[in-house]
Design a protein around this ligand. Sequence first.
Ligand SMILES: Nc1ncnc2c1ncn2[C@@H]1O[C@H](COP(=O)(O)OP(=O)(O)OP(=O)(O)O)[C@@H](O)[C@H]1O
Ligand SMILES: [Mg+2]
Length: 493
Amino acid sequence: MFIGYVVGESTTSSANVLMKNKVREGSYVTLEYEDVKALGLLTSLTVGSDVVDKDINDVILLDDLAKVNRDRIPKFVKGKIKLLVDLNGLRRIDLPPPPLTEVRLATDEELKAVYSRGNLSIGKVLGSNVPATIDINGLTRHMAILAATGAGKSNTVAVLSTRLAELGATVVIFDYHGEYSSLNTKRLNLIEPKLNPLKFSTKEFATLLNIRENAHIQYRILRRAFDDVKGEITNQLKSGKFDLKNVQENLKNLFLEKINNQATKEKDNDKSLAEVKNKIEEFFDEYGDFIDVNLEDVMDLISSARVNVVDLSPLDEDVMDAIVSHYLRRFLTSRKEHKRTGKGFKYPLLTVIEEAHVLLSKDRNTLTKHWAAKIAREGRKFGVILTVVSQRPKGLDENILSQTLNKIILRLVEPTDKKYVLETSDNLTEDLVQGLSSFNPGEALVIGPSVKLPMMVKIDKYEGNLAGKDPNLMEEWNRAKEEELIGKEALEW
Ligand SMILES: Nc1ncnc2c1ncn2[C@@H]1O[C@H](COP(=O)(O)OP(=O)(O)OP(=O)(O)O)[C@@H](O)[C@H]1O
Ligand SMILES: [Mg+2]
C-alpha cells in the first residue's frame, strides 16, 4: 500500500515522509531508490495544518474557520522513519533516500525475510501475520523484560519459557508472586523453596536471619555457632544419631546451645548474644517448615528440559535473597564444574528473576545482586543465562541492566524509566523509545543479539493459566455481594 513521499532531508538512518494514507506508529515501511530497497520503521507521526498555524493570533478568524467544513481545511500528516536495513542482501543502507521517494507499507514477504529467520517464534510482527522470531543462541547475552505494570511481562515469560522448554531448554523461574505454578504445560516442575542451612555459606545464612555484615559482633557470633552446628550435624547425620523427626526443634536448640557456649568469649556482648538468639528463634518459628537437612544440593531439584518454578511467594525479602542467591551460586559453580570435570549440571540453564528491582535493586546490596552480576559477566561462557523482569527499570542495578543485551520492552510510560533504559542499552535509540508509551498490552519492542534488527512484535497470548491475570473487579465485587446476601439469608432463616 502506498503511504506517501519522502520530503526534506534524509540520512542513511532516517527520513521524513509526508503521508497521503494514514498508518499507525510502529508500522514497517519500504522505500525503493537507486539499487536500494530500504526497510524502515515509522517511529512517530505529526498532524498539523499550514492554515491553522500555531502562530495564528486571530481567534475570530478561527471562529470563522471552525464554521466551514473542517474537512476542507488543508492538513498534513508527517512521519519519521528509522531506516533499518537494505533488503537487497540484508546490508547496511549506504545511500539516503532522495526526496519524492515513494514510501509503501512493507509486505509480509519483506518482513518475513528479516524477522522469521530465528528458531523461536514469540508472536507476530506488529500489524502483520508474519511470525516474529528470535535466535536462541543470541540469548547467551542475557535478557531484560521491562514494562509498566499490566503491560504483559508475565505473559511474555510464560510464552518464552514454555516454548523454550519444549525445545529442550532448562528454565528456572524465581516466582515472586506465585503466578507460574499453574502454567499449562507437561514440562512444568514445581519446586518448593526448601532449604538446607547446612549447605549455605555464612553470608547466605546471615542474610536469611537478617544479620547484616556490618553488625560485626552479631556476625561473628553467628559464624562461630554456624561452623559448630555444621560440624556437629554432619557427624550426627553420618552416625545416624540426628533425630530427623524433630529437625526444626533440634536444629534451633543446637544453635542456641552453640551461641550460649560463647558467653565467656563474648562476655561484654550480652546484647549481641541475645539478639542473635532472638533472630535464630524468630527464623525457626517462621521458616522452620522450609528446612530440609537431607537436601544435598539444590541442583538435584532442577529437571532438565523443564520449566522449573521456585515459588517464593510465602517468603519475606531477606529469605528470598538468601534462597535465590544460593541457587544462582550453585547454577554458576555447577556449570563451571561441568565444563572443567564433566560433573555438575549437564545442560545450559536459563534463569528468570521476576520483580528484579527488589533483589537486584540499584540502591541495596543483596547477595542475589552479587551472583546475578557474576552470571551477567561470566554466565555466557558456562551456559547460564540471566533474564530479569521488572516494572521499575530505573530501580534496577545499572551494571546488570547494561549487560542484559537482549531487551523485550513492552508499554513503558514513565519518562525516567525510559531514560534509564535508553542509557543502559547500547543498541537502543531515542526514536525507538518514544513510541513505547502508546503500546497496547502484549505489544513490544525487541532489541539485541537475538533479533539483530529492532523488532516490533505483538507477543502471543499465553494459552493457559497464569495466576497474575488482571482481576475482573465487577465480577469479584458482585460475588462478594452475593456471598454477603447468602450469609444474611442464612442468619434470617
Ligand atoms: N500478548 C498479549 N496479548 C493479549 N493480552 C495480553 C498479552 N499480554 C498480556 N495481556 C493481558 O494483559 C494483562 C496483564 O498481563 P501480565 O500479567 O502479563 O502483565 P505484567 O506486565 O506481568 O503485570 P505486573 O506488572 O502486574 O506483573 C493480562 O490480563 C493479560 O491477559
Ligand atoms: Mg507480572
